[in-house]
Design a protein around this ligand. Structure first.
Ligand SMILES: [Zn+2]
Length: 233
């Protein structure tokens, strides 16, 4: 099992780690700052450095038994098990994911409907809502930026599976269920604005999101509205 350093501190840009396994796709480390694809957020990219060699990490995915695999291009020479590496994130890309991801929590707080899907991307993101009525882009943009400009701190709260089972209303995203059987579950708390289970990487404060714009609202079936958001560069 790979220790997820990004859960406790999403702002770590570099760490040292030890190679615990290599697979056909890539490299497993004992601990990592690389977020593995999940919950609509892409896997991280960056580099692993050892013995004056640099390996490009092209994506990060979950492997077997809670391991995190740092994917490399085909033909890359892999380090031996036990090698110490320095892992460095493509921080600009990841920071945009953090801004977008935190912004999607706020979008869900503006539009209080069940979320049926979503995707976080460095350039644009979207959430799908189970709702019949369409929404006004300008009005949602205004409400979203008011929440961003509230300068609200973002924090984590850990609860047991039993505590979560007692509060099923906390799970708003129907398409992404929290993992079971791996211990306590992290709730992401954005002041009094939003509280829900989430394993993604987030900002410390909503103000870091910058200016957000609802760029498009699409009708995806009678009960579904897809809301797209872009951020200022
Ligand atoms: Zn989240």
């Amino acid at each position: 099992m790979t220790k997820k350093l990004f859960t406790d501190d999403a702002y770590l840009k570099q760490c040292t780690a030890q190679v615990t396994a290599t697979t056909e796709q890539g490299i497993v480390l004992d601990q990592t700052i690389f977020y593995a694809m999940g919950g609509g957020q892409p896997g991280d990219t960056g580099t692993l450095e050892f013995d004056d060699q640099f390996i490009e990490v092209i994506d990060t995915r979950y492997g077997d038994g809670g391991s995190i695999v740092h994917l490399v291009a085909e033909g890359t020479e892999l380090p031996a098990v036990g090698t110490e590496v320095t892992a460095t994130l493509d921080w600009d890309r990841r920071y945009r994911h953090m801004r977008m991801h935190t912004c999607m929590h706020l979008l869900g707080a503006v539009l209080k409907f069940p979320v049926t899907g979503g995707s976080v991307n460095a350039q644009k993101s979207r959430l799908d809502f189970d709702m019949e009525d369409t929404v006004d882009k300008v009005a949602v943009t205004e409400k979203l930026n008011a929440l961003i400009n509230s300068n609200t701190d973002v924090s984590s709260v850990w609860i047991s599976e039993a505590e979560l089972d007692a509060q099923p209303e906390l799970i708003r995203t129907m398409s992404v269920r929290p993992p079971r059987g791996v211990g306590d579950i992290r709730l992401l708390k954005i002041g009094e604005i939003d509280l829900q289970p989430c394993g993604g990487t987030h900002l410390k404060n909503t103000s870091e999101i910058g200016t957000a714009t609802v760029s498009k609202v699409e009708k995806k079936g009678r009960q579904n509205r897809r809301v797209h958001v872009v951020l200022a560069p």
